[in-house]
Design a protein around this ligand. Structure first.
Ligand code: 5RP
Length: 232
């Protein structure tokens, strides 16, 4: 199977999970990226079952609207029974690197409100140790150089400003820049997330470790592998 076929497989598995476990009339949290898009497409057939969705990015909002979902602001809803999103890397404890698509801040906010985080990914995203995928950090632009120096000093990683194809800085939905930190092997993701979050100018670090996934649905050649981290 191609990587796209595996993404569609887990997108459908997540839609089946949500249809089975989430009560009718609920609002669901929806992540960003190509795997999250597969989930949105797979859920579209049962959108009447839900009051709507809270989105983690402008791109996801547009996709949800194109399928006829109602999109709510986070402040308009009282609860989110589930948040479904992809990941760039997932370690054996369900800690993740996210933000390859640049939506890490809104993803972390929406995920923090949800009762259950369902991560969907193809099998290539499972790793023993996080860090081969560059760690995104969303930063207030004036702090970018200072934070780059500090992360290099603290971890030995190499900070690289994310740029668009035309060479200008990539700007997030929140108007900030992203540093991608290369060459890491993150032994203590919870501690690194906590530390980096304290640095002035850091908006969000793309480590989802203190609040990792509750359930992963992994696309493999043999079908969907379910990993339950039993946090609840
Ligand atoms: C976006 C993300 C995505 O979930 C992550 O980059 C995975 O993307 P894809 O499903 O396209 O592989 O964190 O900010």
């Amino acid at each position: 199977m191609t990587q796209d076929e595996l993404k569609r497989l887990v997108g459908q598995a997540a839609a089946d999970y949500v249809n089975e476990h989430v009560p009718e009339g609920a609002v669901i949290g929806v992540g960003t990226g190509s795997t999250a898009n597969c989930f949105i497409d797979a859920l579209a057939g049962s959108r009447e079952r839900y009051r709507g969705a809270v989105s983690s990015s402008v791109a996801t909002t547009n996709r949800l609207l194109s399928h006829g979902f109602r999109v709510f602001e986070l402040g308009e809803v009282e609860s989110l029974p589930v948040y479904v999103d992809g990941a760039d890397e997932i370690d054996p404890h369900g800690a993740m690197i996210k933000g390859g698509g640049g939506a890490l801040t809104r993803e972390k906010i929406v995920a923090s409100v949800a009762d259950v985080f369902v991560c969907i990914a193809d099998g290539s995203k499972l790793v023993p140790t996080l860090g081969a995928f560059p760690l995104p950090i969303e930063v207030v632009p004036m702090a970018r150089v200072a934070i780059g120096r500090r992360i290099a000093q603290a971890t030995g990683g190499v900070p690289v400003l994310r740029v668009k194809q035309d060479g200008t800085p990539y700007i997030t939905d929140n108007g900030n820049e992203i540093i991608d930190v290369k060459g890491l092997a993150i032994d203590g993701p919870v501690a690194l997330e906590r530390d980096v979050n304290q640095w002035p100018g850091v908006v969000t670090v793309g480590l989802f470790a203190a609040r990792g996934a509750d359930l992963c649905l992994i696309g493999t050649e043999r079908g969907v592998q379910r990993i339950d981290y039993a946090r609840r």
